[in-house]
Design a protein around this ligand. Sequence first.
Ligand code: PEP
Ligand code: MG
Length: 561
Amino acid sequence: MSASPITGVGVGRGAVVGPVARAHPVPRVPADAPSPADPAAAADGVTAVFAEVADTLQSRAEAATGTLSEVLSATALMARDAALSGQAAAKVREGVAPSLAVAQVAGQFIEMFTAAGGYMAERATDLASVRDRVIARLEGLPEPGVPALSRPSVVVAEDLSPADTAVLDLANVLGIVIEKGGPTSHTAIIAGQLGLPCVVRATEAAGLKDGDVVAVDAAHGTVIVDPDEDVRAAVEARRAALAELATDTGDGATSDGHGVQLLANIGTAEDAERLTDAAVQGVGLFRTEVLFLDAQTAPTEDDQAAVYARALSALGGRKVVIRTLDAGADKPLAFVTQPGEENPALGVRGYRLVRAAPELLTTQLAAIARAQATTGGTPWVMAPMIATVSEAADFADAARAAGIATVGVMVEVPAIALRARDVLAEVDFVSIGTNDLAQYTMATDRLRGELVDLLDMWQPALLDLVSATAEAGVELGKPVGVCGESAADPVMALVLTGVGVTSLSMSPAAVPGVRFALRAHTLARCQEMAAAARAARTAPEARAAALALVDAHVRAVLALD
Ligand code: PEP
Ligand code: MG
């Protein structure tokens, strides 16, 4: 592709051309905002802005469908609440600056709702959304979050919260460009999950304006403004080539028939239902915490059992690996937030929450067992963030006691990769989470886009830990999967196959490219690639060494160079 592109880090292999729709950040309330000159008029202004926000939300709700429409309707109702606007207006009449008054009153309501728990607590998120929209209007700033999309668009944002990404109007989102973040931040992962071409860490995208036409190329991590005919033709050719690959629906295997299961990563029951006709051999990672990103109170056993049953039913008899809640750090859940952690990624997250809130795990395992009984499915269950063999054994005991037959743990902490043999003696399988394994091996926050080179999946130390884990699996004859983003990279997928990984789990959109790459190489060739990569001293050298052994046609079709 020509012209001078904005560069970032791509997620996926797709490419798309479309107009920019900018998402805007949540407004800050100026703490030193002056008192209004005419408090009575300013108070009337606040009441009017609440009504305008309610009207806008209501018309957006009417234009939308599904979850998005429901979320918008609930938020519109909140904006019409007379107590909220009335109390804010009263404060303004007393001389408080309008934005400050709204922030204070909304803050009190949010606290009250959260303390009440249950349904009321769920509404705290809607209330925060009303507060931000009203304040933005009062300050003359654009509406925060992703705007209503009236046509297919490329959403450009400084950053998107996982919750923003979860309510995207999928019918109108062509691609996503994020100025900050990294390729393994959860927002990028959710975007990849939706099969949208995505470029993160595109710092210069800050200059893009609504309506600019851009070509987003995830394979090369570029964004080209005002693409010429050549660029448009290349985007179309890529789209056609990827669509062609998707017609192969067979099981994953090398050209000489060595099977490698190709599985999907999901975060919701809807994701599972989208897989009903998909050419994947099952689900390798169900990130259950995604279900509860907006929840203010712990999910009940009933609620959870219903979701898991939906997922199991959608997949028929196919394999489904459910991961227990990985709350904490970059996936905070309101009902289990650990106060005052200075380093949340190193704190009480994932399986470690069993120390602070053991009932969460017990309830979740009971819910999974119930879904198993009602659907006749046989989910595999695994725990995140396991650091010791004892934790693995304790989790396995708890899951088996709940009636789960196939129990595993994730390999995300280097300590456990080094002791994979001992871990595999306790459990039935392991799944390597290379996103966190990279973060903890390289001592690098996975959300820090500027350190993305350190998080490179091709870092030799990371390859060593993955290989050590896979070797233990081969020795003990137990499955070793990879469910981090590295599994979606076709070249890395070949190397992982070469070291002995038995399943690769990724966003469903990435499966055709990986299947195509596998089909074009023998197991021996994959092993050669793995040896070449592991002999390298740096991450770029490791990738180059493996890529040099990849079939030329595969390199061209998947835009690997
Ligand atoms: C990982 O860490 O690689 C992983 C799959 O888990 P998550 O990305 O949800 O932390
Ligand atoms: Mg992880």
